[in-house]
Design a protein around this ligand. Structure first.
Ligand code: ARG
Length: 464
């Protein structure tokens, strides 16, 4: 069945049908399509196009389509152009000629916008719920090791000592922003387009606000041409998904390194690692590698839709059908990856002594020493020089910070008074960083409590 045969002498070629039909992927929008069509039928009834009895018959038939669509062979053999055409054909099989009225004044351009928005609204909530679970997992992991010290890195070189919870709270901030981005994407998606027609607005007296209320939308779109032309809401979602994947990928990269033999800090659970078919000793971090790998696909999906939309003349163009596969794939990849990351976070174990030793045996305390000299009155530039020389001397002679005593240190440079020598212990220097947002132990303990409070506030107020 076609929704448009009248003006054509022949039907589409087999090649064009194979090339252009979208049912095999946009069938994922079936329940949104049915839900939107039921609301449209109610609106047509309010507008005087359908009688109450016709409306009831149509709604009932749509309901049965939704039920039947749960069976896997419902789509077998279907050659319809898209899900919208398929659903109307199925309606016709159930209600006969009456089905011909459901599309009164409606265009698939507004219909596909509506369906995608209905579907994507739920996807935003799915992603947000999974981010909440990950945020919670990160806090659990921080609370298991509240006092663990690790070297923080810049350039992947040991930089300054930080608390393990401070490190995890950095990711808490990133994923909290991702949550906000999905909330924002949801707000832009939550706008009802029906009543726009193909591009010029419907010629029938729909109460558009009533349709929005019927479908639980927060607002109605303001311009019919914009409706047919716009996929910004999908781009917003893909951007949120992409940034989330970047954060997941960086977390994965960290943990792949930290669980390597070279670092040896983290033990990943057996359940999220794989062995080698040849090398019996291997325990590979495949789950994290796959998250890192899938991030490429999600970033690709964002780019794909950006390039599809670039330069399209207003309003609808068939190019826009190419939005769906990237969108569906990105939604699945980001949600699967979030779920996987939650699982990894639940099973990971920190061997506290290993990163502590890495901090203790290296010169991550150098900045603490230089700052202490500066607090005691040495110009920072000179302090930096003095500590730099101390590090050079130590590196030459294979000395660790712990090999220095207050006496040998004072002999090296008189500026190294006893209060400065204390800072050779990485746990001591951190106490000088009780600044808001810093790694001072009291600050981090308070930040951890605050993060818990923020997480429970998210759960209460945001998810609808
Ligand atoms: N299947 C199309 C899409 O996903 C919607 C149909 C609009 N088609 C059209 N030729 N106006 O974009």
């Amino acid at each position: 069945m076609k929704l448009w045969g009248g003006r054509f002498e022949t039907g589409p070629s087999e090649v064009f049908e194979r090339f252009g039909n979208s049912l095999h992927f946009d069938k994922r929008l079936l329940s949104a399509d049915v839900r939107g069509s039921q609301a449209f039928a109610r609106s047509l009834t309010r507008a005087g196009v359908l009688t109450e009895a016709e409306c009831a018959t149509i709604i009932q038939a749509f309901e049965s389509i939704k039920v039947d669509a749960a069976s896997p062979d419902f789509f077998t053999g279907a050659t319809d152009e898209d899900v919208h055409t398929f659903v109307i054909r199925k309606l016709g099989e159930r209600v006969g000629a009456l089905a011909g009225k459901i599309h009164t004044g409606r265009s698939r351009n507004e219909q596909v916008s509506l369906d995608t928005r209905l579907w994507l609204r739920d996807e935003c909530d799915r992603a947000r719920a999974l981010i909440q679970a990950l945020l919670s997992g990160l806090l659990d992991l921080a609370e298991k090791h509240p006092n663990a010290v690790i070297p923080g890195y810049t350039h992947l070189r040991r930089a300054q000592p930080v608390l393990w919870p401070h490190y995890l709270l950095a990711y808490f901030e990133m994923f909290s922003r991702d949550y906000e981005r999905f909330t924002e994407a949801r707000r832009r998606t939550d706008v009802m387009p029906l009543g726009s027609g193909a591009l010029a607005g419907s010629g029938f007296p729909h109460d558009r606000d009533a349709i929005a209320r019927d479908l639980g939308f927060a607002a109605v779109t303001a311009n019919s041409m914009d409706v047919s032309a716009d996929r910004d809401f999908a781009l917003d979602y893909l951007y949120a998904a992409s940034v989330t994947m970047i954060h997941l990928s960086r977390l994965s990269e960290d943990w792949i390194l930290y669980s390597s033999e070279e670092f040896g800090w983290l033990e990943l659970g057996d359940g999220v690692t794989s062995g080698s078919s040849l090398m019996p000793q291997k325990k590979n971090p495949d789950s994290l590698e796959l998250i890192r790998g899938k991030s490429g696909r999600v970033l690709g999906a964002l780019n794909s839709l950006l390039f599809t939309m670039k330069g399209l003349p207003l309003t609808y163009n068939r190019d826009m059908q190419e939005d769906k596969e990237p969108l569906f794939q990105a939604a699945d990849q980001v949600c699967d990856s979030l779920e996987m990351a939650v699982c990894v976070a639940e099973t990971v174990v920190l061997r506290e002594a290993v990163p502590f030793t890495a901090a203790d045996e290296s010169w991550v305390v150098a900045t603490d020493l230089a700052e202490a000299l500066a607090r005691n009155g040495t110009a920072f530039h000179s302090a930096h020089q003095i500590v730099g020389r101390l590090v050079l001397e130590s590196v030459r002679n294979g000395k660790k910070p712990g090999d220095w005593t207050p006496e040998t240190l004072a002999a090296f440079a008189p500026e190294f008074t006893a209060d400065v020598a204390r800072l050779l212990d990485p746990r001591e220097g951190m106490k000088t960083r009780e600044i808001k947002g810093g790694t001072g132990p009291n600050t981090v303990a308070a930040a951890l409590l605050e993060a818990r409070r923020r997480l429970s506030a998210l759960g209460l107020s945001e998810l609808s």
